[in-house]
Design a protein around this ligand. Structure first.
Ligand SMILES: NC(=O)c1ccc[n+]([C@@H]2O[C@H](COP(=O)([O-])OP(=O)(O)OC[C@H]3O[C@@H](n4cnc5c(N)ncnc54)[C@H](O)[C@@H]3O)[C@@H](O)[C@H]2O)c1
Ligand SMILES: N[C@H](C(=O)O)[C@H](O)COP(=O)(O)O
Length: 338
């Protein structure tokens, strides 16, 4: 008996950004999956007209499942915006809509109606302007699924030569980072990273490079003590369990080719220690994946690109890579029905 294709749900993200444009472009992309877009159908049609792309939308029906053929048609689970959308113009009145698309997708994944969710970019600032505290999908989905700790990892798009960069802290002001690097949370981060590399990415004995926090990994304590007091003791403890952890390494040279050649993942201590390197190498083709969640969630490696919404001048590579990785992860799921 042939297995059904995985059902991937895509949230269209900030409606004034390029998320809707990306979803419309998906209509022409055949996939080895079923595809459901969560968005305001009328808003998608208006944007498609502006882009000059003919778009056929079919209302989502859980009982009518079919492969996404890329024949110009999109299956849409309609979620109404509060206010008409103007491309490039943020409107805080539509922030609740954005979060509702995420809730619908995540709950659908928890209930196994969907196999994985893929998110188009949201604008963190406008959601906060609406009076809703929001620092990112990663933190939002952790809270929604009652998961105490998750790990953000970005993967460069090229499978053969893939770089994976995970973060010990996520969307945090730089001044708050040192305080957030604590033994317990760092240990949990490494356990989640190690577990998911083994179980979700199929890497039997992952070799993980761990960055220090300070310049030159603290230079024996003369440039900061987090390596001596926190990071190295955690690495030593986890090594006794057989984990292959290298570090704490100076972050400036950790990303040199000779180091990366033999690494399955890098753990950076904070957002802008790790992500600029990965985005320099593969911006527009990378994937953001949330590890440690009870559901599969991947995302694009770029933001809302408000300057490009409705212009037709965007690249869809990262969204396609995010969908491909989501499909792959559904296949690696131990109890997967797909
Ligand atoms: N996954 C997400 O939800 C996600 C990811 C990153 C940033 N963001 C958010 O997006 C907003 C804008 O962030 P930013 O300006 O720092 O980054 P951005 O990625 O939106 O834009 C950076 C540059 O890349 C260009 N660009 C981005 N995506 C592109 C694409 N698909 N094709 C062609 N060009 C593209 C933009 O035009 C801009 O010049 C912020 O609120 C940020 O927090 C969201
Ligand atoms: N840190 C991510 C990046 O730079 O690509 C981005 O802000 C999205 O994060 P969430 O997936 O948590 O929204």
């Amino acid at each position: 008996m042939t297995k059904p294709l995985p059902c991937i749900v895509v949230t269209a993200g900030e409606p004034a950004g390029i998320g809707p444009d990306l979803c419309i472009m998906l209509a022409a992309q055949p996939l080895d999956a079923q595809l459901v877009i969560i968005a305001d159908t009328e808003m998608l049609q208006t944007r498609a007209k502006a882009l000059g792309i003919p778009l056929n939308t079919v209302a989502y029906d859980a009982n009518m499942r079919q492969q996404h053929l890329g024949n110009g048609s999109l299956t849409v689970l309609n979620q109404a915006v509060s206010q008409p959308v103007i491309a490039s113009q943020l409107n805080a009145d539509n922030s609740a809509y954005v979060l509702e698309t995420l809730r619908t997708a995540a709950i659908g994944c928890v209930k196994s109606e969907f196999d994985a969710m893929v998110t188009a970019p949201v604008h963190k600032g406008i959601i906060n302007d609406a009076g809703i505290a929001f620092s990112g999908h990663t933190e939002f989905l952790a809270e929604l699924t009652h998961t105490a700790q998750v790990v953000m990892m970005l993967v460069s798009g090229h499978q053969a030569n893939s770089m994976r960069v995970a973060l010990a802290t996520t969307h945090l002001a730089l001044k708050d980072v040192p305080q957030a690097i604590q033994k317990t949370s760092l240990e949990t981060t490494i356990r989640i990273l190690h577990h998911d590399l083994v179980n979700k990415f199929g890497i039997q004995h992952p070799r993980i490079l761990v960055a220090g926090l300070n310049p030159h990994a603290g230079e024996d304590g003369y440039l900061g003590r987090e390596e001596i007091d926190v990071i190295n003791p955690v690495l030593a403890k986890l090594r006794t369990e057989g984990m292959n952890l290298i570090g704490a390494l100076p972050a400036d040279t950790l990303f040199a080719k000779h180091h990366l050649k033999h690494a399955d993942a890098v753990l950076a201590m904070y957002h802008d220690q790790g992500l600029p390197v990965l985005k320099h190498a593969s911006f527009g083709e990378g994937v953001n994946v949330t590890l440690g969640l009870p559901i599969i969630r991947t995302s694009v490696d770029h933001g809302t690109a408000l300057d490009l919404a409705g212009t037709g001048k965007i690249e869809i590579g990262s969204l396609l890579a995010a969908i491909e990785l989501a499909i792959q992860l559904t296949k690696n799921k131990p109890s997967s029905a797909v």
